[in-house]
Design a protein around this ligand. Structure first.
Ligand code: PLP
Length: 436
């Protein structure tokens, strides 16, 4: 597999380089040079395959010979070891639950696959080289998925920096109770301070020459690829229900999830249309309406994982369509919802279907309803559920929380000893820690 940069399409980088560097030097994003179509017979018979089997076919199709198939099979089976069930709410509407992984959010797909790919490639490149040191700054959720993703992956060591007092108790427990190859640093500062420390480390010549540093950046191509798997698996489950025409509705912030859906479509998955559902951070809905890409300051909302003003994956989507706005709008539309509408959607979903959804998911359900009302036809709308509702206790009623229950992933954290290392915002202290 080779990748080019969205800034310079003449660039050709092998997969491992894109994985370890996350970003090309020109600050574009990596995109596959080739997105081969899958065998139509495989697509027609999708419902005979399990999720890990689908994951193997789809990743092998994209990766080519970057990872030999027997190794890829092992890696996929370790990474995708939890289900993504499709639940029908009524005849034409279904929810694809992507929150059954260890951090209870869909980011587990990307984080678990990427961690295993990195561990595998690092060991292949040079067995005698030191550990792969993964540095991550987090404001909460992403760090948990990454830490859990790398937990126990041989040859890797993860250092997570998070701002003291600014992450939720469950999020903090996810970072600090793991131990083994995961180290949690509680920084006496803001998320921006954490990010600055990590960036400075990557630019420090001494650290660069002594350690094998890499980031687990959210725009890494190895996080995007596994997010295509569940679109195929959703379609497989729809076919078992006798449905074959589908519109996917995706709660969107950085637009990685919906970008993966479009990649799946490029590989031959029959999808009628995609709807990106956002909160009031509506740069893309506005762009698709009036053609102006205008970034306004990000506004905090109930669906905080989507509080993104300038979605980083948008350049990838634009690139997939070669800048053809007409073709793009035929395949993708976008809708934006306020916090009031989000609360109403959570309640309506509960009243009408006894289904409890997190704020991000509720926005997608509302967008699915609004889309199908405007576009009558014979198709199913599948909205993606990106996080378990128990992660948002402040937004849900007691009855809703009760019904959502407490998954074993949370129960297991209780009472576990925590390990965290306090750190100031001083770079030299961080550097000394990394070197000793
Ligand atoms: C990250 C996240 C999103 C947004 O996904 P993107 O790929 O950034 O568009 C939506 N919901 C939840 C719960 C998330 O964690």
């Amino acid at each position: 597999m080779f990748l080019y940069s969205t800034q310079d399409k003449t660039i050709r980088k092998p997969f491992h380089e894109a994985v370890f560097n996350s970003l090309p030097a020109d600050r574009g994003l990596y995109m596959p040079v080739e997105i081969p179509a899958l065998d139509p017979f495989f697509i027609r018979t999708l419902s005979q395959y399990s999720l890990p089997e689908i994951a193997l076919e789809v990743s092998a199709n994209l990766l080519g010979n970057a990872i030999p198939r027997p190794d890829l099979k092992k890696l996929v089976e370790e990474a995708i070891n939890f289900d993504a069930p499709l639940r029908l709410l009524d005849h034409g509407t279904a929810v694809l639950e992507l929150f059954h992984g260890p951090s209870l959010a869909f980011k587990d797909f990307g984080a678990r696959f990427m961690s295993r790919v990195m561990g595998y490639l690092a060991a292949k490149e040079a067995e005698d080289k030191p550990l792969l040191d993964v540095l991550v700054a987090t404001s909460g959720d992403t760090g948990g998925a990454v830490a859990l993703g790398f937990l126990g992956v041989a040859g890797t060591r993860v250092t997570i920096l998070y701002p003291k007092g600014k992450v939720s108790p469950v999020q903090e427990a996810q970072l600090t109770t793991l131990g083994h190859n995961i180290r949690a640093l509680e920084v006496d500062g803001s998320f921006d301070d954490c990010q600055r420390l990590v960036k400075t480390a990557f630019n420090d010549p001494e650290l660069r020459s002594t350690l094998r540093l890499t980031s687990a950046n959210s725009i890494n191509i190895a996080r995007l690829i596994p997010q295509t798997f569940y679109y195929f698996y959703a379609y497989a489950q729809l076919r078992m229900q006798g449905l074959s025409e589908v519109v996917f509705v995706v709660p969107s912030g950085n637009f990685g999830n919906v970008c993966a859906g479009l990649l799946a479509w490029k590989m031959g998955l029959p999808v009628r249309h995609f709807v990106a559902a956002t909160n009031v951070n509506d740069t893309i809905p506005r762009f698709l309406t009036d053609g102006h890409y205008e970034v306004r300051p990000a506004v905090p909302t109930l669906s905080n994982a989507m509080d993104v003003a300038d979605p980083s994956n948008w350049v990838r989507i634009w690139d997939l369509f070669d800048g053809d706005a007409v073709a793009l709008k035929e395949r993708l539309s976008a809708r934006s919802y306020s916090d009031d509408q989000t609360r109403q959607a959570i309640q309506a979903l509960y009243d009408q279907h006894r289904y409890v959804a997190c704020p991000h998911t509720a926005i997608a359900w509302q967008a699915a309803k609004d889309y199908s009302q405007k576009h009558p036809g014979e198709y199913a709308t599948v909205f993606l559920s990106t996080a378990h509702p128990c992660k948002f206790p402040d937004v849900l009623t007691a009855a809703q929380l009760d019904q959502a229950g407490t998954p074993k992933q949370v129960l297991e954290l209780e009472g576990r000893p925590t390990q965290k290392i306090p750190l100031s915002t001083d770079f030299d202290a961080f550097k000394t820690f990394l070197l000793t």
